[in-house]
Write a protein that binds this ligand. Structure first.
Ligand code: ADP
Length: 424
């Protein structure tokens, strides 16, 4: 039997046992712990009949008394037997010192009448037609109830099992290496949020493995180039044994810096991705911060930087160094992939602030837009430019750390427009 079917059966059997236990328990509680009002009414009616009989007793013969007792027994679906005091349990006898009648909805009930030493035992008459019908009705009701509940549970469990089997088969597929497997998210197939969680987990695993694969390729490609160049410089240095050639020494130093940049970028992305970073937030005038940043980049950058700020000071609570880094990454990309102009604008809305960085480059085709934020992902067009494919992933992580977002659109200036959206 498959594990899911076994689980289904064991759950089903446990549920039926629980239901049965609940029925027995409710019967016990109804009988012993809660006052049985039907029993109290029966006792009160019976007591009235016996009191009436006692009133009549002085006017009728002993035979007539017995006839009337038999009639009361018959009408109440009982058997009434005279018994001696010794046959009555002690605790009942003690109770009957204060009352004439002892009804306990048990097998035997008792009453005393006519004089203090005349006791009677009451037994339910199982052969009475009405008692038989009553017992049968009780039995049929319980059986029907159990069958109904069992059927409802069977239908419910069957649906549950079907949904679980689908999720199980998706998980088996994923565990066997088919990372593209996803479970159904149709309303009729959903099991709470489980389907979405399984799919999100699969997306995350696929993304992680993809990014690790790209990391391996990036490292292989990006590390090999500066290492190869360093090797060349070293060889040229050793050939030229008369004096240390400053050009080659500088070349080696440049390559070391390049490697250092790459390692730093990798480390800071890894730190952000693992959510090890807690932003140190402070409220700043974001327009002034951007203005300064643009000024700094304008002096180093080949492209023209245009900054359009808000007409008033715009305050925002951010981690200044992280936001500076995110915008700097976007400006560096605009310079790398654009032609000659970079347009930066700040827009303040009711609930958010948007920082747009646009360029006049070739832009990014629609199908690639969703991929560029993945770590180590680079478009083919970027193969002749420096970079490790981490800049935009870092921007995205910074946006998420601020509960914000990053979007990529086509710019009206011909190239790409990145919008860093930060909530107020
Ligand atoms: P990289 O180090 O390669 O620049 P990024 O994560 O910053 O890494 O960018 C990922 C890829 O997105 C780049 O390789 C490039 O192909 C593309 N890209 C990023 N910014 C732009 C832009 N402004 N215009 C066109 N393409 C861009």
């Amino acid at each position: 039997m498959k594990s899911m079917t076994r689980l289904f059966f064991s759950l089903y059997i446990r549920l039926i046992i629980t239901l049965y236990a609940v029925i027995i328990l409710s019967h016990i509680i109804g009988t012993y712990l809660i006052i049985d009002i039907d029993n109290v009414i029966d006792a009160s009616n019976f007591s009235a009949e016996i009191t009436l009989l006692e009133e009549l007793d002085s006017h009728i013969s002993k035979e007539k008394r017995q006839l009337l007792i038999d009639m009361i027994a018959e009408r109440n679906q009982m058997i009434i037997q005279p018994i001696s005091k010794t046959e009555i349990p002690l605790h009942v006898l003690q109770e009957m010192e204060h009352t004439n009648i002892w009804f306990d909805d048990d097998d035997f009930n008792y009453f005393k009448a006519f004089d203090d030493n005349r006791h009677y035992r009451i037994i339910e008459n199982e052969n009475n037609e009405l008692v038989k019908i009553d017992n049968q009705t009780d039995n049929y009701t319980i059986i029907t109830l159990i069958i109904c509940v069992a059927l409802c549970c069977l239908i419910w469990f069957f649906g549950l099992q079907r949904k679980l089997v689908l999720i199980e088969s998706t998980l088996i597929n994923i565990s066997e290496g088919n990372l593209a497997a996803r479970t159904y998210t149709k309303k009729s197939m959903r099991l709470g949020r489980l389907n979405d969680c399984v799919n999100t987990m699969a997306d995350k695993i696929e993304q992680l493995l993809g990014s690790h694969k790209r990391l391996t390729c990036t490292i292989a490609h990006e590390l090999r180039t500066p290492l190869f160049r360093m090797q060349m410089h070293l060889e040229l240095l050793t050939l030229n044994d008369t004096a240390v050639n400053p050009e080659h020494a500088q070349g080696i130093e440049d390559e070391i810096y390049c490697l250092e940049d790459m390692v730093n970028e990798l480390l800071s992305y890894a730190q952000m991705e693992r959510a090890e970073l807690t932003p140190s937030l402070e409220t700043v005038a974001i327009d002034e911060l951007l203005n300064k940043l643009c000024g700094k980049h304008a002096s180093e950058c080949k492209a023209d930087i245009n900054f359009t700020a808000t007409d008033h000071t715009c305050y925002l609570t951010v981690d200044v160094s992280l936001i500076t880094r995110a915008v700097a990454n976007l400006i560096t990309n605009a310079e790398k992939y654009g032609k000659s102009k970079i347009f930066i604008s700040l827009i303040e809305q009711e609930k958010q602030v948007i920082i747009n960085v646009e360029d006049d480059g070739q832009g990014i085709i629609e199908q690639q837009k969703k991929n560029i934020f993945e770590p180590y992902y680079r478009l083919e067009e970027a193969s002749n430019k420096t970079g490790f494919g981490l800049g935009l992933s870092i921007v995205k992580e910074i946006a998420l750390l601020h509960q914000g977002n990053i979007q990529v659109l086509d710019s009206e200036y011909g190239g790409t427009k990145f919008s860093l959206i930060l909530p107020k």
